[in-house]
Design a protein. Structure first.
Ligand code: DQQ
Length: 574
């Protein structure tokens, strides 16, 4: 599949951002006059109850997530002075359960010659017997030249690792004159290889070829670049926030970044600056050749697999040894206007941390909200064996529909009525726009209406449509999360997002879970195989005025086999 239709628009916007961003090749919109403008009190209407966000101001990328000495740390790109990108420091919060957080003073902020103009994204590595080291990008000059730096805890016995120092002795630890200095950032967690070297990656590009440079070090401070990038792909532009880690071919346990072996595959993820979408591949890491070779089961480029087909960017994963799992964090930006953000006094949230593992067929990852989220579940409401004929909308009553967790299994008795899938429909997002929720289908559209107002002036549907593929009785499952009717406010960006779901339908069942949290609907299709996060800003369907429905607009009857919905308590974030 070629580049998405929107690519040209993105390229145009990208060039624009390079002009207005001091020639720094990053895509964050720059509003110098608003960067240090702060309102007196924040607007709580669309603030989340259980998705992570600091008490006020702008956040973007999650940085250096880690578990150390019984505490989870989350750093994030943070503007302490305003609700747009700028003045970036590393906000720092700690938690014992990944859900309730204590906000600390910033962990890193520009203070040295090598990061005077910015402390940008980076990652943590736990050195055995020594403790954590942060690798991050320092912006050295006004032109936006980037170098890689390190920081260590000032006092390793402080349980919260509040203060971090950037030793002058070796910093910056990586700077390469022959690399385009404004396209060289976001170091990964390092891993230890059998040849006695640490290795880590830094994102970059040459012309329009995105790439991840590989560096080796024996002592963690002297780093040498490998002859070739570990991997690169044409026409993908700048690779921001690369992530690279092993996944097990045997079950759901996560792996320490330094694990290799026969039962292990590797995942490479890149955040593409040009589209603000991410993609990943599953493949083989030839560590002694410093090469990664993606499997041919998915596309290595724009149309590739995504963790999430919605608003989900600059993600970063880490290995949690306390529960043997890999956890994924990501930034979900606002979809309202910058003026609204300034008025609200805040912008940006983090998606719910997700456990991530390789699907048993080895072609893709599966993600699921961390189990700790269930501790916020309050009152439960159930619906069983509810038939949905074409045109049925049934309300699930008795839940706080603006702050809820809903899990359902839908079933159907036959797929005979499924509409034929046209092989030209390669782009799921386009198909969601084309088919929408109202157009009658054979099997589906069926699913949820979240954040719905009483008379349905506003709603955000999350739904499936099942098509018959032309070959071997197979089916194509489309999942959509459609913000187009989410708000009466016409100024907003209200995209319809979509992804295909690689799921076996022999049992004639499919599951859906949505985490609904005031201005975010984060949904997991077929047990976490295809996931979509939408940001929405209802004007009527707010707080106690929000409703939740299940619906079917397809000819084939659908049964809500088993639905569980919980009121969600708010997380502590102080
Ligand atoms: N955000 C950071 C960069 C990264 C970008 C700056 C991705 O390090 O490339 O805030 O959103």
């Amino acid at each position: 599949m070629g580049p998405p239709k929107c690519l040209n628009v993105f390229i145009a916007l990208c060039s624009l951002s390079m002009i207005c961003n001091n020639c720094v090749d990053a895509f964050h919109a720059i509003h110098p006059n608003l960067q240090s403008f702060s309102v007196h009190s924040v607007d709580t209407l669309h603030r989340t109850g259980f998705h992570f966000q600091p008490p006020r101001n702008w956040i973007n990328d999650p940085n250096a997530p880690m578990y150390y000495n019984g505490v989870y740390h989350l750093f994030y790109q943070y503007n302490p002075k305003g609700a747009v990108w700028g003045n970036i420091v590393w906000g720092h919060s700690v938690s014992k359960d990944l859900i309730n957080w204590k906000v600390l003073e910033p962990g890193l902020y520009p203070s040295k010659r090598f990061d005077k103009y910015g402390c940008w994204s980076g990652s943590a590595t736990i050195l055995p017997g020594k403790g954590p080291v942060i690798l991050y990008t320092g912006v050295v000059d006004k032109k936006g030249n980037e170098v890689q730096c390190y920081a260590i805890p000032e006092n390793i016995s402080d349980p919260f690792l509040r203060k971090w120092v950037k030793p002058d002795a070796f910093n910056p630890i990586v700077f390469d004159d022959d690399i385009n200095g404004s396209a060289f950032r976001d170091p990964t967690t390092a891993w230890w290889s059998k040849d006695g070297h640490w290795r880590m990656l830094v994102g970059g590009k040459v012309k329009n070829r995105g790439m991840a440079y590989l560096y080796r070090s024996k002592d963690f401070v002297n780093w040498v670049r490998a002859k070739h990038p570990i991997h690169s792909a044409p026409h993908t532009g700048m690779w921001e926030c690369p992530d690279f880690y092993p996944v097990s071919l045997r079950g759901r346990n996560g792996l320490d970044p330094s694990v290799f072996g026969n039962n292990v595959k590797h995942v490479m993820k890149n955040s593409l600056d040009m589209t603000r979408y991410e993609y990943y591949t599953v493949g083989t890491y030839l560590w002694n050749k410093d090469k990664y070779i993606p499997d041919n089961t998915s596309e290595d480029g724009w149309g590739g697999l995504r963790y999430d087909y919605g608003n989900f960017y600059a993600s970063k994963s880490f290995y949690d040894p306390s529960k043997n799992r890999r956890i994924l964090w990501a930034w979900a930006n606002e979809s309202d206007t910058k003026e609204d953000d300034v008025k609200k006094g805040w912008a940006g949230i983090q998606a719910i941390p997700r456990t991530v593992w390789l699907d048993s067929h080895g072609r893709q990852l599966v993600q699921w909200p961390v189990e700790e989220l269930n501790s916020l579940r309050g009152k439960e409401v159930n619906m069983r064996n509810q038939k949905l004929k074409k045109g049925d909308y049934v309300e699930v009553k008795g839940i706080t529909a603006a702050q809820a967790d809903v899990e359902v299994t839908f079933s159907f008795s036959s797929l005979d009525k499924a509409e034929a899938f046209d092989p030209k429909w390669v782009n799921a997002e386009d198909l969601c726009v084309q088919k929408g929720l109202k157009l009658e289908g054979g099997v589906g559209p069926f699913g949820f209406l979240t954040l719905a107002s009483e008379k349905l002036e506003e709603f955000t549907p999350v739904f499936f449509t099942i098509f018959k593929a032309s070959n071997n009785n197979k089916h194509v499952v489309l999942m959509c999360s459609d913000a187009r009717s989410s708000s009466l406010n016409s100024e907003l960006y209200k995209p319809s997002f979509g992804g295909f779901v690689d799921v076996n339908l022999v049992n004639k069942k499919i599951s859906l879970r949505s985490l609904i949290d005031h201005s975010v609907v984060e949904s997991f299709g077929a047990g976490g195989k295809t996931n979509i996060l939408s940001r929405v800003y209802p004007t009527l369907a707010v707080n106690n005025h929000a409703h939740f429905f299940v619906f079917n607009n397809g000819i084939e009857h659908i049964t809500v086999k088993n639905l569980k919905a919980w009121n969600m308590k708010s997380a502590i974030r102080d």
